[in-house]
Write a protein of this length. Structure first.
Length: 95
């Protein structure tokens, strides 16, 4: 069975830099089978590009909205699209 793959760009605001947020994101992505990347932005936000089956991506986002104990997520902006295939084989921190 061929399942649809979705990609989402997330822009996460709040206290999300210098608190282990990117490492937390990698752990959550691996647990949900998500591929893509996470990086800090110069304006203090974190950007995430995530690919996977829609229910997996939705579960991933719910945990991202919580964040690790040392973080405080105040806002998450989501930009979704359906894609024909995965573009990444794993999930990593990028710069």
């Amino acid at each position: 069975m061929n399942e649809d793959i979705y990609a989402v760009n997330l822009y996460v605001s709040g206290r999300v830099q210098g608190v282990g947020f990117r490492f937390y994101t990698v752990r959550v992505a691996k647990r949900f089978g998500i591929t893509g990347w996470v990086r800090n932005l110069y304006d203090g936000r974190v950007e995430i590009y995530a690919e996977g089956r829609k229910p997996n991506v939705q579960g991933f986002i719910e945990e991202i909205k919580v964040g690790p104990p040392s973080a405080h997520v105040s806002n998450v902006v989501e930009h979704w699209k359906k894609i024909p295939k995965h573009h990444f084989g794993d999930f990593s921190i990028t710069f």
